[in-house]
Ligand binder design. Structure first.
Ligand code: SF4
Ligand code: SF4
Length: 93
């Protein structure tokens, strides 16, 4: 498993305060990440692998990437698997 290919990113604390922040796509109504692209938002929302260009356009730093790809939460087609498997019940949608 390559954790770099996860849609959930953890921003690590460089100051060693142990405050690490999880980041995930906020499913914005106004998708700044798609600005300038001629695409259908509803279709893009269903895709997990995106183009790396979108990483820089997301104002929330919600996208991680590897190589030319970015990884975006597609909500697992309405059945979020991370919610299902999180034993701490830390994820709610
Ligand atoms: S990638 Fe960023 S801008 Fe795009 S929908 Fe997700 S949180 Fe919003
Ligand atoms: S809903 Fe699916 S794609 Fe989104 S973070 Fe959870 S497991 Fe990953």
């Amino acid at each position: 498993m390559n954790t770099e290919k996860s849609a959930i990113r953890i921003l690590k604390d460089d100051l060693d305060t142990s405050i690490n922040q999880p980041r995930i796509c906020l499913q914005c109504k106004e998708m700044k990440c798609l600005e300038g692209e001629d695409v259908v938002e509803e279709m893009e929302k269903r895709e997990f692998v995106w183009s790396r260009d979108r990483i820089e356009r997301c104002p929330f730093k919600a996208l991680g990437g590897l190589g030319q790809d970015a990884y975006h939460c597609d909500l697992c087609s309405g059945k979020p698997q991370c919610v299902k498997v999180c034993t701490s019940e830390a994820i709610h949608i």
